[in-house]
Every structure is written in structure tokens, then in C-alpha cells.
Design a protein around this ligand. Sequence first.
Ligand SMILES: Cc1ncc(COP(=O)(O)O)c(C=O)c1O
Ligand SMILES: C[C@H](O)[C@H](N)C(=O)O
Length: 360
Amino acid sequence: MKSAPAPVLQKNQFASDNYSGICPQAWQAMAQANQGTAAAYGNDPWTARACDLLRDFFETDCQVFFVFNGTAGNSLALAALCHSYHSVICHESSHVETDECGAAEFFSNGTKILLVPGEHGKVDLDAVAHTVARRSDIHYPKPKVLSITQATELGTVYCLQELQAVGAQARHLNLHLHMDGARFANALASLAASPADISWRAGVDVLTLGGTKNGMAVGEAVIFFNRGLAEEFDYRCKQAGQLASKMRFLAAPWIGLLESGAYLRNAAHANRCAALLESELRKIKGVTLTHPRQANAVFVSMPPSLIESLRTRGWHFYTFIGSGHARFMCSWNTLEADIAALVADMRELAARLPDQAPPE
Ligand SMILES: Cc1ncc(COP(=O)(O)O)c(C=O)c1O
Ligand SMILES: C[C@H](O)[C@H](N)C(=O)O
């Protein structure tokens, strides 16, 4: 018997940008698309418009597909880039590895995921080269794809030069380059660069572009800059249950966010909130930042007793990502009052702790 559904939370939380609702621009766009009947399975005007807007956004004639979530986007994209006897190289803290329940391996019929380390969630390019060069015998799953996450799972962002180095290394090693862009908007806002420069111009072949965490109800875009790799991807989506019959309602929010500019504004707001939260948390005894805050997440170490008392006070936050530090994530609808409330509780509860060195 399933437990009762969790109640609607009375205050904004910092567990994930997945906790947030639908932003006004996405909601209005869905309402605007809800006019009468329209052709199904993507043959509607909203889907066509959203695809064109994304081609304008990235300044290139890319192939665009809409899927329901990021796990589908990542795993189907990776499956399109390699065969079952290949391997995909990604960071040891990547979502593909840690939080997609083997979807990439499943949809590619067995492609092996090979993990590399790297500081603060970014792949170490020497480790990537070693993973490719270490073996060339028939028994080794031949590396075919390098997958990176931008912004990373640990709240950091590859700068333009780092992305260019990743792209150059992927080309040198004859690897396709996939980008998990669940929080691409946050990276874009952080870098103040052009979408094209931090994607295909840096060498990205396929991007899973996040919409859900940036204010949409549901929906990610799989964008093939290397159009040849998109061949029959539509069939792959259909077979995986990722071809929406009422595609217009996945596509319309993209129109709403891109035409209004909310796509970037939402992410910039979340990043600013995280910067404010970071500045406040740095002042609290026993709370130590564990990764540079470069997007919308703040990672801190703190005493287990403080973690427990914060949760008892009603705060939701994850401690299972990366090396298990606490992640506080801001979103398009985070308010300064939410930050003030969290910081006040944390400061009060931390002050009650006996003097102790922060955990390792
Ligand atoms: C880095 C990253 N990639 C991909 C995803 C997509 O996951 P989901 O399938 O839950 O939309 C998430 C989820 O939040 C994520 O954090
Ligand atoms: C970790 C969890 O799977 C989700 N991707 C999030 O970032 O909140």
C-alpha cells in the first residue's frame, strides 16, 4: 500500500529546482496553446515554432526533439551516439551515472559507462585520455562518447576555455561529445556567453537542454548540432514512450520562455539567490562551502546534528549528491525571504551546537 502523498509544502524549499512550480510565462504559453484542436505527435504549429526559436537561440540549423524529462533526454541521446559494444565516459558524480537508474545502459542495450574523476564535478581530461588509451583490445568496450554536465551536478560551471578544451580533447580522441544541459540556462547566465559558443562552437554534438528546472511543468529538448547523429531519433523516442501525442503542450512553454526572455531571467534569478545564500552561509559557524558556487546550488559541509535539526525544522535538502555534502538549490521562484528564513534557522541551530571542528 503506497504511503499517503506528501502534503503541499508551506514554504519554498531548497532541495531542488524540481520542487518549484510552473513559471507564469510557461503557464500562459500553455494556456495560449490550449486553443481548440491541433495535429498530434509534434505536427502542430507550436512545436514548429519552438524548434525554430531554438535554432535561432543557438544560431544554427540543429535538429530538435522534445521529451518528457532529462533522464529520457540523456539516455536516448547517448544511445543515439553509440552502439551497445561501446562505452560512454562521464564524471563519477554525473547524473547519468548516479541518478538515472541505468537508463543510458538500458536504452543503448548495454553500453558501458566508464567513470573519470575531476575536481568539483568537471571531468579531468587527462583521465579521459587515459580511459581511452589504456586498452585497445577487443575485450574492452570501445570508448565512443564523452558526456559532460553543464552546469555540473556539484554546482560548478565549465568556463568557455574549459569547454573548448573538452571539445578539442573529444575530437582528438575521436569521441562524440554529449552535454547534459539540465541546468544549461544557469550556466549560460553564469558565463554571460552566447548559447552557440558554449555548445556547438565548443564541439558539443548533442545537448539535452533543460526546461523543467527552469520553470516548465515538464519537458526537455534534445538538440542535435551534429544533424547526422539524429537519424531515426524520432523512432527511438517513440519506442521509449517519449513521443508526446499532445506535443504542443511540451513545446509551448519553450515559446513562452524564449520569446519573453524568461529562459535566461529565471536562471539568472536562481543564480543570484544562490550567491546571496552562499554569502550568508559563509558567516555561520560550522558551515563550510565544499564546491565553488557558480550556478544555482550551494554545497556545504556541516555537523550531522545541524543537518538533522534543520530537517526537523522542516527544511528539505539533499545530502546524496557527489561526496554527500548538503546541497541547497535555488530556483526561478526563490524569494529573498525564503533565504532569510533558512539562514535564520541555520544560524540559530548552529549557535546551539557545542563548539566542534566542522566535519571532514
Ligand atoms: C544534472 C541533471 N541531469 C539530468 C536531470 C534530469 O533528471 P529527470 O529525469 O529527473 O528530469 C537532473 C534532474 O534533476 C539533473 O540534476
Ligand atoms: C538529484 C535529483 O535526481 C535531481 N536530478 C536534482 O538535481 O534534484
